[in-house]
Design a protein around this ligand. Structure first.
Ligand code: DAH
Length: 337
């Protein structure tokens, strides 16, 4: 029996040395149906002298195997921990990843700057639809069917009388239909024209419309207000130049230039030697337009203006190709932080 016990001890040691699963070792030797248990059960056949000796030996071997299993388990656990520590190593002194901050698109930045200036002068910022009726985009602005002004503002038609607005001026009409004077609004937004894309044209671009209607409004108010705007937008030295022009919805009408904000009027590359940069169209609201909105031109008068936002952005940063503004190339956009 003693040999049997020693053989069990050897077998257990071998199994453990060969990295057998610990549970398998335990079941095979120490389990209820295990080999050591079987030996202990057979002790009844031993003599009274042998029994305590074999009993002691069997206990010793049981303890030995138990300890070996425990030690092996601890060893495996330590190895596993070590592996985990290695794979989850964290260098707290490593530099962090830089967070990339975005910035406003130059068109949005200029639009905001313009709105802020007009708000500071008591204007309300309003919006109008980009899908518009022919009536608001043309007819109510004193541009009847077959009027030549339609040729310069050819746009995209949804139906015969619904189109993508070619200007922000329809917001003038929508505002006057809803509000009674005094009216003081600006309205920025997208406009559409069926133009081919090149360095200075795009079928989609942005304008900002302005409208003031009240009793006793004159061209002097228009000039004073635009001058204040130009000085805030382009610098306090800025001068304005009004050139007579024609727009169907204003009378009289003017095109307005600002003195070049690079050379101050002497002539340079930005203003192409002119000293002036055209920024907007403006005029006194035509009596027909007021009347069409139920406002009596004998009692009220008003002025309106409209400017292209792209043009101002391009002049402000000396950008020579409009397409940069729509390509969403970060290398271009991140210059405006
Ligand atoms: N809507 C005109 C255009 O797109 C610009 C314009 C001119 C707007 C004169 C006005 C204005 O309000 O009074 O060419």
């Amino acid at each position: 029996m003693k040999e049997k016990l020693l053989a069990i001890k050897d077998a257990a040691e071998q199994m453990l040395a060969a990295n057998a699963p610990l549970e398998e070792v335990r079941v095979r030797f120490l389990g209820k149906k295990g080999e050591l248990t079987a030996v202990l059960r057979g002790m009844g056949s031993l003599s009274a002298e042998e029994r305590p000796i074999i009993g002691a030996l069997a206990n010793e071997i049981r303890q030995f195997i138990e300890q070996k299993i425990e030690a092996k388990a601890a060893e495996l656990k330590a190895k596993e921990n070590e592996k985990k520590l290695q794979s989850e190593k964290l260098d707290v002194t490593a530099p962090g990843k830089e967070i990339a901050f975005g910035s406003r698109h130059p068109l949005a930045a200029v639009e905001k700057e313009m709105c802020d200036i007009f708000r500071s002068m008591g204007f309300e910022v309003v919006e109008g639809p980009e899908v518009e009726y022919d009536y608001y985009n043309f007819q109510a602005l004193n541009i009847p069917e077959n009027h030549p002004a339609r040729d310069t503002q050819d746009t995209f038609y949804i139906t015969d009388n619904i189109l993508l607005r070619s200007q922000t001026s329809p917001v003038q009409v929508r505002t006057m239909e809803k509000k009674r004077p005094p009216i003081r609004v600006v309205s920025p937004g997208r406009v559409y024209r069926s133009d081919a894309v090149d360095a200075t044209h795009s079928p989609v671009f942005h304008q900002m419309e302005g409208l003031v209607v009240d009793k006793g409004i004159t061209m002097g108010d228009l000039k004073g207000m635009l001058e204040l705007f130009a000085k805030k937008m382009f610098g306090s030295e800025t001068k304005l130049r009004f050139r007579p022009h024609h727009f169907p919805f204003t009378e009289p009408s003017a095109e307005v230039d600002v003195s070049c904000f690079v050379c101050g009027g002497k002539g340079c590359r930005l203003c192409k030697g002119e000293g002036w940069i055209e920024i907007l169209g403006a005029g006194m609201v035509h009596p027909n337009v007021l009347r069409g909105c139920g406002i009596d031109p004998e009692e009220y008068s008003g002025f309106a203006f409209g400017m292209g936002i792209e043009r101002i952005v391009m002049r402000k940063w000396n950008i020579d190709d409009m397409r940069y503004l729509y390509e969403n190339d970060v290398r271009f956009l991140k210059q405006f932080k």
